[in-house]
Design a protein around this ligand. Structure first.
Ligand SMILES: Cc1cc2nc3c(=O)[nH]c(=O)nc-3n(C[C@H](O)[C@H](O)[C@H](O)COP(=O)(O)OP(=O)(O)OC[C@H]3O[C@@H](n4cnc5c(N)ncnc54)[C@H](O)[C@@H]3O)c2cc1C
Length: 392
């Protein structure tokens, strides 16, 4: 079978690319359905982009790489697309846009766009081998137990990362990159809960609090959530993408200024109250109980000197924690690292050395923050490759 373009992976990036790559496109995926991660994303409502999307929200060894694609296919372009299909949406928080109804509306939109473009989709199809003779790619595909050889001028790798293997994530894109001599930045789980070795937070499981979490050079002001095995919540997930094994994170439990003044004022007005009771106005009571021994929270508020209160506020603002690890690919929302952007054109996503070979979406070393940024990268990079292919 002879086609123009073979796309491996019918996820967000692959479907977007198929809708724009011109005639003669075949998309293959080993899963039973296309866009499975879209379906489960955002609690079933898909956080499909972010109003504030800009290159600063992406992690990559080359922070400039994502700029071109993000600038040419923006969040406003995707918002316009969902508008054309009459999908109602709302902003939840921090510019994060969600479908009012269901993530399936986004999948239906991409299906419709692919259909309009005449792209074919083969599901439950596995790729046994790929070769390149200098002019064309040949892929050996297995579908319904039968082997098919497909020849294509262009090969687009849109296999995603390694996150959530249960959903069919394989890291196959990295293998293809290596087969064609493209370097791969070591993949690792991102947007992932952090774990601690000694079950230390088990008594706090379920407690949430606002915090400012710092890891590496980054800091995030959002909620943290204690779990049986460690820490989660948006601020921790965001920080996890900047955290390296062995390093500690800094958790500011009093991100709003003013606790010292509030404690000093309580010393005047409520001197007989226990320090823990007064702290319970600023922090969840279970967290205060938990910190009682660690921070020596004894006595009444009247017994606390200014120096003591200052030390206490400092300790709450700089809780240094060293995670043992993370929950790994089992629950990670994304995979950091991937195909080295040095080997790709930032305008087209095409390999600099192998003409006709493209990498898009999560398998590239561009990873977004939590909040719709990863889908925006999938749309922008898929669109950029599609445009380039259509123009060739
Ligand atoms: C639980 C969860 C929730 C998320 N929520 C959000 C959110 O709300 N907003 C956001 O921006 N991001 C979210 N993400 C991240 C987002 O889903 C991904 O970044 C995005 O789907 C990446 O798109 P992609 O097309 O590159 O890869 P994917 O969507 O992962 O698609 C890759 C496709 O390739 C197929 N494939 C893999 N290996 C092979 C193979 N060997 N042969 C054939 N096919 C193969 C897979 O079956 C899959 O269909 C979430 C992720 C998870 C896990």
């Amino acid at each position: 079978m002879q086609i123009e373009t073979l796309i491996i992976g019918a996820g967000a990036a692959g479907m977007m690319c198929a809708a724009h790559a011109g005639p003669g496109v075949l998309v293959v995926d080993h899963a039973k359905a296309a866009g499975e991660k879209i379906r489960i994303s955002g609690g079933g409502r898909c956080n499909f982009t972010n109003l504030h999307s800009s290159p600063q929200n992406f992690i990559s060894r080359n922070p400039h790489f994502c700029k071109s694609a993000l600038k040419r296919y923006t969040q406003w372009d995707f918002i316009d697309l969902v508008g054309q299909y009459g999908i109602a949406w709302h902003e939840k928080t921090l510019g994060q846009l969600f479908c009012d109804s269901t993530a399936k509306d986004i999948i239906a939109t991409l299906y419709a766009e692919m259909e309009k473009a005449g792209a074919q989709l083969w599901l439950q199809t596995s790729v046994a081998a790929i070769s390149h003779d200098g002019a064309e790619f040949t892929a050996t595909l297995t579908r319904d137990g039968r082997e098919t050889h497909v020849k294509a001028k262009n090969l687009v790798v849109a296999c995603g990362g390694k996150s959530i293997p249960k959903m069919g994530a394989t890291g196959f894109g990295y293998q293809i990159a290596q087969q064609f001599g493209l370097p791969v930045i070591t993949p690792r789980p991102g947007l992932v809960p952090l774990t601690f070795s000694d079950d230390r937070f088990k008594p706090l499981a379920g407690v949430a609090a606002p915090a400012r979490v710092s890891a590496g050079d980054a800091q995030f002001d959002e909620a943290i959530l204690f779990t049986h095995r460690g820490l989660s919540g948006p601020a921790i997930l965001q920080a996890s993408s900047y955290w390296q094994e062995g390093e500690s994170i800094d958790v500011n439990l009093i991100p709003q200024a003013g606790l010292l003044a509030a404690l000093q004022s309580a010393r005047q007005s409520d001197g007989k109250k226990a320090l823990t009771t007064v702290l319970g106005h600023a922090l969840p009571a279970r967290l205060v109980d938990y910190l009682q021994d660690e921070l020596g929270l004894t006595g009444n508020i009247a017994d606390q000197s200014d120096a003591r209160l200052t030390t206490l506020c400092d300790a709450l603002a700089h809780w240094q924690l060293t995670p043992a690890g993370s929950e790994g690919y089992r629950t990670a929302e994304v995979t950091l690292g991937g195909v080295d952007t040095d080997a790709l054109s930032s305008k087209t996503m095409q390999s600099k050395d192998v003409p006709g070979l493209y990498f898009i979406g999560e398998c590239v070393d561009v990873t977004g923050w939590l909040g719709g940024y990863n889908f925006q990268w999938a749309w922008s990079s898929g669109w950029a490759a599609g445009q380039a292919i259509r123009g060739t």
